[in-house]
Design a protein around this ligand. Structure first.
Ligand code: GRF
Length: 200
């Protein structure tokens, strides 16, 4: 059975989406551990409610923890600290970021992309390096920004794409499968640029 750790500091909606995705796949069992550096984070409440094992892991203890706990993949989902190389060398770490990297690295990416007036933004999943949001890109998915779109609507679309994309990419990585963009969009039309009902 594959083992993954999901690390988050806050809300945990991606964590919940990943847990629900794999709980609907009894033929591919994944053992999930929730790790949070914030003892009050809502992600811990979600883990309790979903029956997933969880641990409060202070930032300073990451090295010691990952030296003795092995995971096939360590998934950052709203983890708010920058992990140093000596920790990153202890596993395969991936992250999700709510923009089309390398644009809009760092905090408040959804808002900054919207304020900049970009017409296409989206979601990126990438390997983690100590260069913030700078690791090699694994997958991306676009979200179009119409001129009449309200910020809240755009933000909701970004999160909806995150919740759909992250579990699929995690599964592909755990299965060591090569995948292309079209594998992520499923059977929607080849003319779709991300706005169809299936994609959102
Ligand atoms: C997501 O938007 C993710 O892209 C970013 O932090 C947010 C985490 O949200 N890295 P949640 O905690 O999964 O709800």
């Amino acid at each position: 059975m594959k083992r993954i750790a999901i690390m988050g500091s806050g809300n945990g909606s991606n964590f919940e989406a990943i847990v629900k995705y794999f709980s609907g796949k009894p033929d591919f069992a994944v053992d999930i551990t929730c790790l949070s550096d914030n003892v009050n984070a809502y992600i811990i409440e979600r883990a309790k409610n979903l029956g997933i094992k969880y641990k409060y892991l202070p930032f300073e203890q990451n090295g010691k923890y990952f030296a003795v706990n092995n995971f096939d993949l360590i998934v950052l989902a709203g983890y708010m600290r920058i992990l140093p190389d000596d920790v990153l060398n202890l596993g395969k770490f991936i992250n999700i970021h709510p923009s089309l990297l390398p644009s809009f690295k760092g905090k408040d990416a959804i808002y900054r992309a919207f304020e900049a007036g970009v017409k296409v933004s989206g979601v990126t999943i990438h390997y983690v390096t100590s260069d913030i949001d700078g690791g090699k890109i694994i997958a991306q998915y676009p979200v179009l920004i119409g001129n009449l779109m309200h910020f809240d609507e755009f933000e909701n679309e970004i999160h909806a794409v995150e919740h759909k994309l992250y579990p699929i990419v995690i599964e592909k990585l755990l299965k060591d499968e090569v995948f292309d963009f079209t594998d992520l969009v499923g059977s929607c039309s080849e003319n779709c640029s991300g706005g169809c009902a299936e994609c959102h």
